[in-house]
Design a protein around this ligand. Structure first.
Ligand SMILES: [Zn+2]
Length: 569
């Protein structure tokens, strides 16, 4: 049985400058010793840049790299507009679409948590397990997709990333030799990363919360009046997202741009979908206008992105139209090695494409400064901190593309799939297991790489509105008439408090039977209309579970909006 033709390795958080240094050879300090390190210099083409999303963070960047439906938030703690509530998912135990699409990724929550404590040990464990899984993958002919996360963990905790990359190079060399003997041909290897790392050490915490409270704002989990703001925070990062009432954006922009440690502040212009503001800490201010896939940079006061030369070069090359607009690709070519690479399109995509719940303001911090919940920062103070990412600048944003089989070119998270046929043959996890989600054609239509009819408004068989999408291998060729039983359970609003206070109220449960699904046929998937009789309390958390022939197929939690409708994202 033959092995896959190509190993596509998604390697979290490896910056371009680190892999470039290793290909060129670099003298490193290891304790008191000098060590010459060199890797990925034999059997690979020169590494290319892969410019991340802004914020330059894993979940949004990987989702864009794979062309998946945008995530509900930039982070696993996010603010849902429809629910008017901050939603927290656990980053270690939740699994996102791009992770499920891997043929191999480390699934154990234990190992994932340990990755932060002993990244070098877990890294070797990850590589062993990944290699073993690849060598057993005789049912996949084309691309084999694997994701390795500890390379990012290591850099957050000051692990030696260059040493880890040398280990990886050695392991892949052994794998290639083994493969050559077994298959009689060369294994194709493609390595892609999602962002860089600023290697800026522990960083000084920017106290966004105190500064905003001093300016008269109330930081909470909902936006009910103009002074309410929500600042979803997870981990230690070099960027901040702010959700606020549009009437406050102007004032907040000014306040935030004057905060110590802030480098760049961006916002969408209230009530405009095609204009964005960018400011720097000196008070320089410019507008970004977008028209289709063309962008224009309009300095109002100074030059916050330091793009004067870029604009002059575009003009000199006749790439700037009379209206001042240039195409995304022309801006990309001109800013690929700039301090703020591809900034215009990345800022615009941050508010329009990469998440279903965009912020109103995004802040990019100077290297050496971080944003974190005080508890996270205090706890991590016990361990060393190596650096972070998320900001707009080059060290945070520039990941890698490197291949053993063809020359690559500098690219970006929204272009890289186009260079490799749209990353065909990702694992279709819906065939293997069972699950469900609320479905809205509008959100699904934002899927960039349309892998099935549901993704494409031109062919989507589901009308507008809210539906329940259920997948199960158990559906098989079975007939549609077997009903799906669902239970909806109201979970306590403040479960931990209620339980502690010993006044736990039994949750109310509603049971419903869903008849025939929509006449849309995929052997393992069905889409059901939401029954008109469904009445839910507004702004609550519910758990929905589903069974067919008494086999449990799914359970997940969701929120309701002010009208009691399930919130899709
Ligand atoms: Zn990452």
């Amino acid at each position: 049985m033959a092995l896959p033709q190509r190993l596509v390795l998604f390697l979290d958080g490896v910056g371009y400058r680190d892999l470039k240094a290793l290909q060129d050879g670099i003298l490193c300090t290891n304790g008191n010793q000098k060590v010459y390190r060199r890797a990925f210099d034999q059997g690979y083409y020169p590494v290319s840049r892969n410019i991340s999303t802004f914020p330059s963070t894993s979940d949004v960047a990987w989702t864009e790299i794979l062309g998946d439906r945008p995530l509900p938030g930039y982070q696993r703690t996010y603010f849902s507009d429809a629910a008017d509530a901050e939603v927290a998912q656990n980053g270690v135990t939740t699994t996102l679409e791009f992770e499920k699409q891997m043929h191999w990724q480390m699934t154990s929550g234990f190992y994932r948590a340990m990755g932060y404590v002993h990244p070098h040990i877990i890294f070797r464990h990850e590589l062993n397990a990944m290699t073993e899984a690849f060598l057993n993958a005789t049912n996949i002919s084309g691309n084999y997709y694997a994701m390795v996360r500890t390379t990012d963990d290591a850099q957050h905790t000051s692990g030696d990333i260059l040493e880890m990359l040398c280990v990886l190079d050695g392991r892949l060399r052994a794998l290639r030799e083994n493969y050559k003997i077994r298959e009689g041909r060369n294994l194709e290897i493609l390595i892609v990363s999602d962002h860089g790392n600023n290697h800026a050490g522990p960083g000084k915490r920017v106290d966004v919360r105190t500064a905003l409270e001093a300016a008269g704002y109330h930081i909470g989990e909902t936006i009910r009046n103009p002074k309410d703001i929500v600042v979803p925070t997870a981990g230690i990062e070099s960027w901040v997202e702010i959700h606020n009432a549009p009437s406050e954006t102007q004032r907040l922009l000014l306040a935030l741009s004057q905060l110590e440690g802030v480098d760049i502040v961006t916002a969408c212009v209230p009530d405009r979908t095609n204009k964005f503001v960018v400011m720097n800490s000196k008070g320089d201010r410019a507008l970004i206008a977008v028209d289709d896939n063309r962008f224009r940079y309009v300095p109002e006061n100074g030059d916050p992105l330091d793009y004067r030369l870029v604009v002059e070069n575009l003009a000199a090359k006749n790439k700037l139209g009379p209206d001042g607009f240039a195409t995304a690709n022309d801006w990309a070519a001109e800013t690929m090695t700039h301090h703020y690479p591809l900034a215009l399109e990345r800022i615009v995509r941050a508010y329009t494409r990469i998440t279903l719940n965009p912020a109103t303001i995004l802040v990019s911090l100077k290297n050496g400064y971080v944003h974190a919940g005080w508890l996270v920062k205090t706890a991590s103070g016990l361990k060393t901190v190596g650096g972070t990412h998320g900001a707009l600048d080059e060290v945070n944003s520039v990941g890698i593309v490197v291949s053993s089989f063809e020359e690559t070119q500098d690219t970006s998270s929204d272009r890289v799939a186009g260079l490799f046929g749209g990353f065909p043959g990702l694992r279709n996890y819906r065939v293997d297991g069972s699950g469900a989600e609320w479905f809205s054609g509008e959100a699904q239509a934002m899927t960039v790489i349309k892998r099935m009819s549901l993704d494409d408004p031109a062919s989507c068989p589901v009308p507008a509105g809210l539906f329940l999408r259920v997948w199960a291998s158990a559906f098989g060729e079975g007939d549609d008439s077997v009903p799906l039983e669902i239970a909806l359970e109201k979970t306590s609003r403040y479960p931990s408090v209620a339980v502690r206070g010993n006044n736990f109220q039994a949750p109310e449960v509603q049971r419903l039977v869903l008849g025939r699904p929509l006449p849309f046929r995929l052997s393992y998937e069905r889409v059901y209309a939401v029954p008109p009789g469904l009445v839910l309390e507004p702004q609550r958390v519910y758990k929905i579970s589903g069974w067919m022939r008494s086999e449990k197929l799914f359970a997940f939690s969701f929120r309701t909006d002010a009208q009691g409708k399930p919130v899709v994202y």
